[in-house]
Design a protein around this ligand. Structure first.
Ligand SMILES: Nc1ncnc2c1ncn2[C@@H]1O[C@H](COP(=O)(O)OP(=O)(O)OP(=O)(O)O)[C@@H](O)[C@H]1O
Ligand SMILES: [Mg+2]
Length: 261
């Protein structure tokens, strides 16, 4: 069964795009066909994969109109098992264009239902750092949410707010939405505050927090510059193994009855 996983936390810079980029690589290495949708007008993920929208059609067009087949926006990447729907600058304008219209949070779900992307085992959606229209569309289209956090206070507060927002969406529109897991990203070498924050998270959210954590590593910006996910860019690095561990947990949690609502 196909899974749609939104990667969301409205705190900027906590690792959403990095997670989408490298988890896609790690899932693909394990034989899963992955489609990544860049729902952030900044387009960092699209740049990471080195893809741009086709000249004649864009994600914005597919969100704005029922007549545009979203599969026309799919771009292939250098990795066999990874395709991308890139962001475009007009994503911000789509929100304005749909202001006040009924069902504006349902646009991505409708686009994916009307033109099913059945070739993919997993669809990852990289969200923008805001609780607005684009994240709303991602959380309505998704079945699961992966929440990356760094261990700063802002990120943890934003995580709680993101979960509250999910509760609202679950109650009003998408009752199947679940938290896939919380990913501790950018783990600095064992500061006291970092350790306490991790202990707090694990005691409060228990098995909702992935066992896998992602260290703070220069390989991460390097691989982004090389436009190559870490499992391919530095396959023997410790961080590559951390992403493989994360991919294993993501796969296992899809087969298990896990998580909380
Ligand atoms: N584990 C890590 N080690 C080192 N650098 C990291 C790590 N995770 C993320 N970064 C770097 O931190 C910056 C922010 O990461 P990223 O773009 O993934 O965050 P984001 O949540 O998508 O941000 P935004 O909210 O702006 O979309 C990037 O430059 C990225 O390369
Ligand atoms: Mg991002």
């Amino acid at each position: 069964m196909q899974r749609i996983i939104a990667i969301a936390n409205h705190k900027g810079g906590c690792g959403k795009t990095t997670t989408a980029f490298n988890l896609a690589g790690a899932l693909a290495e394990k034989g899963t066909r992955v489609l990544v949708i860049d729902m952030d007008a900044q387009g960092a993920l699209s740049k990471g994969f080195g893809v741009a929208p086709p000249a004649d059609v864009s994600l914005s067009d597919a969100l704005a109109s029922d007549d545009v087949d979203i599969s026309r926006v799919v771009c292939h990447t250098a990795l066999d098992n990874v395709d991308v729907i890139p962001a475009d600058e007009r994503l911000r304008e789509v929100e304005l264009g749909l202001a006040g219209k009924f069902g504006r949070e349902l646009r991505l779900r409708a686009a994916l239902r009307e033109h099913p992307q059945s070739a993919y085992g997993v669809i990852l959606i990289d969200c923008a750092p805001s609780l607005g229209f684009l994240m709303g569309n991602a959380l309505v289209a998704a079945g699961e949410v992966l929440i990356p956090v760094d261990l700063g206070t802002d990120s943890l507060d934003a995580m709680v707010e993101t979960m509250e927002h999910m509760r609202f969406i679950r109650k009003e529109i998408n009752y199947k939405l679940r938290t896939l897991g919380v990913l501790i990203n950018d783990v600095k070498s064992r500061t006291v505050y970092g350790q306490q924050a991790e202990e707090f998270l694990r005691s409060k959210y228990e098995r909702l927090v992935f066992c896998a954590t992602i260290a703070s590593s220069v390989v991460i910006p390097d691989s982004k510059r090389a436009r190559t996910p870490i499992v391919v860019y530095q396959p023997r690095s410790a961080v590559a193994d951390q992403y493989r561990h994360l991919a294993d947990e993501v796969i296992a949690r899809g087969e298990d009855s896990y998580g909380q609502t």
